[in-house]
Unconditional design. Structure first.
Length: 129
């Protein structure tokens, strides 16, 4: 193991692929990141320091493991919440009515003429004067 790089390997099924990408991306401000598959059941993340003098390999490896767990948790929350958000959107669409979904104009009362075009308002006044 070189002094300016670390490699962390883990089971390919342990974390979602998007979580692995996000965790590796979190280190790109200070490390070059490379993901590889040493074999079919393993994923490897190699982090190499951009500035070798400030690199603490064991600490970066521990931080990568924590980031993987955090990203996997975020991914799970997003997946679990997707059904909930979909149900809210469907409910809102149902409340809106079929006319709103199809783009039909809504019928509403406008006793003060607020939604009336300027030309129509002033044309009525000119006719009345």
């Amino acid at each position: 193991m070189e002094a300016d790089r670390i490699e962390v390997r883990f089971d390919a099924g342990a974390f979602p692929r998007d979580a692995v990408y996000a965790a590796a991306f979190a280190f790109t401000d200070r490390c070059y990141a490379r993901l590889h598959r040493p074999d079919a059941g393993t994923v490897g993340v190699v982090l190499r320091a951009k500035v070798p003098a400030s690199f603490d390999g064991p600490a970066v490896a521990a931080e990568l493991r924590e980031e993987l767990a955090a990203q996997a948790f975020r991914q799970r929350l997003a997946d679990d919440g997707r059904d909930f958000l979909t149900s809210i959107a469907v409910g809102a669409s149902a409340d809106a009515g079929i006319d709103d979904l199809l783009g039909a104009p809504a019928v509403f009362e406008d006793p003060l003429g607020i939604a009336t075009a300027w030309e129509e308002k002033h044309a009525r006044k000119a006719e009345g004067s």
